[in-house]
Each structure stands twice: as C-alpha cells, then as structure tokens.
Write a protein that binds this ligand. Structure first.
Ligand SMILES: [Zn+2]
Length: 462
C-alpha cells in the first residue's frame, strides 16, 4: 500500500474551504484532518503550504481525433489527455461519433479503440447520434447500462450530424424513459446554411463572417425549441456551449419554471469575442468554432449565469485544428474552416483568473469546473470533490504564480494558442490521478494507459 500525505494546503471544494491535510491510500482519499492534529505517516509527503488543494478538473466536453470537414482534430487521446493533466484536468468526457448508417455500438467501439491504453487520465464517453431511427433508439438503454449515459444531438450541420425536430423528440422520449441525458447543440442549422450561402455569394469569405451568419437569434431560437421539445417529451436537457445572451435567457426562463434544463459554456465565450474572429490576415480562423464567439457585451451575461446557476458547467469543447494545413482549408471560404478551438489545458487556469478578477468565488470555480460536471454526468463523488472515498485526483494549485499562455509552452498538439501571450495568475503545481503523480513542479511523470474508462451513472441532478 502507498500512503500519500498532502499537508498544509487550503482544501477548496464546491462546498467548503478548509485548512486540512489530505491522506491518500493507494488511489483513494481516505481522510482529511486538521493540520497538526493527527499522527499520520506516509511514504510520500507534499507540502502544500500557501497553495490550494483542489479536486482534479472534469472537462465534460472534448473532441480528441474528431473527424470534421475532411480532417481530424489534432490532439489524440494520448496528447490531449497529457495536455489536460498539465492543466489540472484529470477527467475528460469525450464524444464517440455514430457515423450515418452505422450503429451507435460501432461508433462507441471505434472510440474505445482510439482511447484504450492511450490516456494519461481517466475518461468517459458520450455518444453523438447522427442518425436517430428505430434501431439506434433501441440501442440507447444498452449503452446507458454500460455507463454511456448521455447522447448529443445537433440542430446544426444539416447533412452531417443534424437531427430534425421529430428525431429529436423521439430521442428525448427514449431518454425520458431510460434515464439518459440529451445534450443539445442548439443552433438553427438549415437557416444558418441559407445565410452562409448568401454571404459567400456576396463575396463575404473572411473568418469574421462565420460569426455574422451564425446569429445569436438562431442560437436562441434553437435553444427555445429544444426546451419545448424536452418539455413535451418529459426529458431533461443539457445545452452545450451556450454563447449568446439570448440563448442563456431561454435556459434561465426554463429553469425559472422548474424544468430540468441545464447549460454549459466554455472559456472561449468568456474570454474571447468577435474581435478575435475579425483579426486580419486570416488569423481570425484560429477562433472559428460553433456556436461562434459573440460580441464582448455577451460576456457579462454569461458570467452572471455562472454565478446565479443558470449555467452549471464550464467545459472546453476542446477540438483543436492547426492553423497551418487545417484552419487554412478555409482560406477564401469561411464555411470550410474546421470548427473548433484548443483549450483543454487552459480551462482551470482561465477560470481561476476569473476568481482573481472577481467574477467567481473560489468554491464556484471548483463547482463549475469539477463538481457540477461530475454530478451532471454521473461521476460524483468519485470525481469532482475531495472527500473520504473519492478517487485521489488531486491538484496542488499555486494561486500566486504568474503564468503566460502560449503555443511555445503549451502541451496541446496544435500550432497556436487561442490565448497567446495572455498572462494569468495561478498555475498547477502537482497533479495526482488516482494517487499516482502525473505532474510535479514542471516535470511530467504520467504515462499513456494509466487513464481508465469510467462507466458513468445517470445524471445526478435529477
Ligand atoms: Zn462539441
């Protein structure tokens, strides 16, 4: 048995802040105690004086190796989970993709094959349903039984991932009957496609037009429709990557009615804006993702939503494409720019910066980044908190260390940073995953294959 002691730090969870020593046996937190009031011995001691001791981050929305627009997201499960660990995230939930015409099972098997034996930290899987039909609907309960309890549908991307309202309703009904959670990409895809075609016909081909055609109102309209369909089906709803204040208002209105409607946003919507999409010389392509970045004045509403719990989770939607050779596919036609940003390594630091900036409390930082995603997707309290019985996924965080985000120093397999040159206050010092040291003072000690697949229970907010 290996005993590890983390002493002298400020333990921060979603519920508490307390000066406590943390005792770990093998891979599990076994006790917390007042410093100096116990006689614990350990094989390994970390002095966390002056530091925070927090649960490892849970990033519930990543796309390693996602096929998109004729190319693949540039992080593999190996490089992406290593980068996650560098950023203090010890659990990711990625998306297995059902190909049109194939089964959910085939998609899930393919993603298990990509991830198995390669991850540095633990991982779960959601399933993207590209094809809702009798046969795939019948597969849903079996997947839930295997711990794949959430299903992503798209109101965007006609011809690729898109489901029509009838398909969405049927999937929601099945989710309502079986305990599954529908995750929705809420944008009106058919309407957006018309605006894309019209913009290109007018010669508007630059990256900034990506943001202009994917209108906030079309995110809000789809969000409203998704909420009503979920009500009719009697199903819960989780709206991914909310970026528009008008869409957030739809979620807030639903929650005010007491409906089981949940919302996620991402750091890019909190820290970046259409100003970035408008950067000259095609640099704006680095910031092309969907839903798109919005004008800066949407950010205050998102921060407020996070404080008032109208938004519960901050995930990254990590889906990196290199500028050279990948984003460049859309030179002269913004609709051909692969959609997605890198971010899995930056989330914990950016959200800590939000604590420094006064947008969030420390406990709310841990709630939206660790505890709420763990609860939302059936991993709590094994993940997302520090308490006896929890997995020893622990981050020692130095809240005072300045840290400059840059492609020159990050560990994501992508040739640019969406936050290039931005200095934040706070940095990960040590990371444990199930008691094993993955990272310590700038030295990476993890290995592919340590990370294990996490079968999940159903949503714990219901
Ligand atoms: Zn996504």
């Amino acid at each position: 048995m290996t005993r590890t002691l983390i002493s002298g730090g400020l333990v921060v969870t979603a519920a508490d802040e307390l000066h406590a020593d943390v005792l770990i046996e093998n891979g599990t937190v076994v006790a917390l105690a007042l410093p100096g009031r116990h006689h614990w011995t350990a094989d390994r001691v970390f002095d966390a004086s002056g530091k925070y001791v927090v649960p490892g981050g849970v990033d519930a929305h990543t796309h390693m190796e996602l096929p998109f627009g004729g190319t693949f997201a540039s992080d593999t499960f190996e490089t992406g989970t290593r980068a996650a660990a560098w950023g203090g995230t010890t659990t990711i939930i990625d998306f297995a993709v059902q190909s049109k015409g194939a089964s959910l099972r085939a998609g899930l098997d393919a993603w298990h094959a990509k991830a198995d034996g390669r991850c540095a930290v633990d991982y779960g899987l959601h399933v993207i349903m590209s094809d809702v039909n009798e046969s795939t609907l019948r597969e849903m309960p079996g997947l839930i039984g295997e711990g794949v309890t959430s299903f992503k549908l798209f109101m965007a991307y006609p011809g690729v991932f898109y489901s029509d309202d009838g398909q969405i309703l049927r999937a929601m009904q099945q989710a309502a009957d079986t305990g599954g959670l529908v995750m929705m990409h809420a944008e009106n895809g058919p309407a957006i496609d018309v605006l894309v075609e019209q913009a290109l016909a007018r010669g508007e081909t630059d990256p900034r037009h990506h943001g202009e055609v994917r209108k906030a109102l079309l995110e809000a309209e789809a969000t409203h429709r998704a909420v009503q369909l979920a009500r009719v089906a009697g199903a819960p709803l989780y709206v991914v990557h909310v970026s528009a204040r008008e869409a957030l208002a739809e979620i807030a209105a639903a929650r005010d009615l007491g409906l089981p409607v949940f919302g996620e946003t991402c750091p890019q919507y909190l820290f970046l804006s259409t100003d970035n999409l408008a950067e000259p010389d095609f640099e704006g392509a680095k910031y092309v993702c969907s839903t798109p970045l919005r004008p800066k004045d949407h950010q205050a509403a998102l921060w407020r939503g996070l404080r008032t719990d109208d938004l519960q989770v901050v995930s990254t939607d990590h889906c990196p494409f290199c500028f050279k050779g990948q984003k460049e596919l859309g030179r002269g036609d913004f609709s051909k720019i692969p959609n997605g940003l890198p971010g899995v390594e930056n989330r914990m630091d950016l959200l800590h910066q939000a604590v420094v900036d006064g947008h969030l409390t420390r406990r709310r930082w841990i709630d939206i980044a660790c505890a709420a995603p763990a609860r939302m997707f059936g991993l709590y309290p094994r993940k997302g908190t520090l308490a006896p019985g929890a997995d020893a996924d622990v981050v020692i965080y130095d809240p005072h260390a300045p840290h400059t985000l840059s492609a020159a120093t990050h560990h994501m397999n992508v040739d640019y940073s969406a936050y290039e040159g931005r200095t934040v206050t706070g940095r990960v010092e040590t990371v444990l995953s199930r008691g094993e040291v993955v990272l310590d003072r700038g030295q990476y000690l993890g290995r592919p294959g340590h990370g294990a697949f996490l079968p999940r229970s159903t949503c714990q907010y219901l």
